[in-house]
Write a protein that binds this ligand. Structure first.
Ligand code: GDP
Ligand code: MN
Length: 398
């Protein structure tokens, strides 16, 4: 389970990771009692990422602007989720934004340090430049330094970023976490660093051992919804293109580009990033399998555009999930239950697939998909053009 940003930042503060002075806002009128000097940034406290892109993070220069911004954010659902509180923070003057994370790699059961000099809202840039160091022995500052060097950091930044990574690691171990992420770590023109956004995922099995975290999570369970677990978000019932991506930023930008190319998205589904787990579907592959089934059952989805970017999970692993899904859908009818027309028709429903996968082992993924007559598309532009063209060729669309 995830913590909200302000809860993650409370843990950061305790651990000595630099965070800005901040205040919780429970209603727009709380803005009048703000103790932080202007300009401030107001941030929607929802569980989903990608708030920046959709207007969930706003800057304000004075009280009037801040009240208006708070009203807007309280009324803005992000992937279906309304915030119950906002976080007001001093504005930080960052001229660069890094990505840092400590994450448990489930397949090797070791923590991994991740870092990129291109953090912030552009998910793709962060992923393209992502470096990692596996903590395969007892932790020492050496692992953190090695990541900094791989990231290409120089001068004082090597020391300051290493120090933050060490503290993130300590928090990760102390609280038995699945993920500690800072994105972005703001770097000021003078080289100071500041955690501007934070994400912490608590390991479900470790909850009993950490009553302090359980209280935070209990708050969360009282009527909170985690948007993407609820399924696809429907946009325009006249559309035909379903979009399935991993990560909120990627989902939003893919949808945006489909619109721009003249396509009509009917719904989108964000299956979550690699570093997002919950108890019901713990790996990216499982969430992909689930997502494919859900999207295929939506009658309105005639074309399914799959756009996945992964670093730890390889493309052939994700391709295999797609192959298994296709095989399930076209397998011979073998049981009585499957002969029932209603089960059969839903089982046979298969949207036309356009697949783009970014990551390692692309060639193996290509071969796997080709066996199922699915072409792996390399560039996003091309994938979008194909999806739009397929949708236009559908009956009733000429
Ligand atoms: P996310 O989009 O949900 O990941 O939300 P973030 O908290 O990462 O905010 C999105 C973007 O807003 C960040 O990448 C920053 O560029 C910017 N941002 C957030 N907080 C601050 C801040 O305190 N100061 C400045 N200058 N920028 C901020
Ligand atoms: Mn962020």
């Amino acid at each position: 389970m995830d913590l909200l940003e302000y809860q993650a930042k409370d843990l950061f503060r305790e651990m000595g990771i630099p965070v800005l002075p901040s205040q919780r806002i429970e209603s727009p009128k709380d803005i009048k009692g703000l103790k932080i000097p202007y300009p401030v940034v107001l941030k929607s406290q929802v569980y989903i990422g990608g708030r920046g892109r959709v207007g969930g993070v706003r800057f304000a220069e004075n009280t009037i602007d801040a009240i208006a911004a708070a009203q807007t954010i309280f009324n803005l659902p992000i992937m279906g989720e309304y915030p119950r509180v906002l976080l007001a923070e001093a504005k930080y003057d960052a001229d660069r934004e890094f990505y840092l994370a400590v994450v448990l790699n489930r397949s090797i059961r070791r923590p991994v340090l991740l870092g990129s000099q291109h953090g912030g809202v552009d998910v793709q840039a962060a992923i393209d430049q992502m470096q990692h160091v596996i903590v395969d022995q007892e932790f020492s500052p050496y692992f953190a330094r090695r990541l900094c060097l791989k990231m290409g950091l120089q001068g004082n930044l090597i020391e300051s970023v290493s120090a933050i990574l060490e503290k993130m690691y300590r928090l990760f171990i102390q609280k038995d976490l699945d993920l500690v992420e800072i994105n972005p770590l703001g770097v000021s023109p003078t080289g100071e660093v500041m955690a501007l956004d934070g994400k912490v995922t608590v390991n479900d099995e470790a909850r009993q051992r950490h009553p302090e975290l359980s209280t935070l999570l209990d708050l969360e369970e009282q009527g909170q919804l985690v948007a993407f677990h609820e399924g696809p978000v429907t946009l325009d019932t006249a559309g035909q293109i379903g979009i399935l991506c991993n990560g909120a930023g990627l989902t939003m930008s893919t949808m945006d580009q489909v619109f721009q190319a003249g396509g009509k998205p009917v719904c989108f589904l964000n299956i979550g990033t690699e570093t997002h787990w919950d108890s019901s579907a713990s790996t990216l592959q499982e969430r992909l399998a689930q997502g494919l089934e859900t999207m295929a059952q939506m009658k309105s989805v005639k074309v399914l555009l799959i756009n996945l970017i992964s670093g730890l999970v390889t493309c052939d692993q994700t391709a295999q999930v797609i192959v298994d899904f296709l095989k399930r859908r076209i397998r011979p009818v073998s049981s009585l239950a499957e002969r029932r027309p209603e089960t059969r028709s839903s089982q046979m429903r298969l949207p036309q697939l356009v697949v783009r996968l970014v990551g390692d082992q692309g060639d193996r993924a290509r071969l796997l998909l080709e066996e199922q007559q699915v072409t792996l598309v390399e560039h996003l532009d091309e994938a979008i053009a194909q999806a739009v063209a397929l949708a236009q060729m559908l009956p009733g669309n000429s």
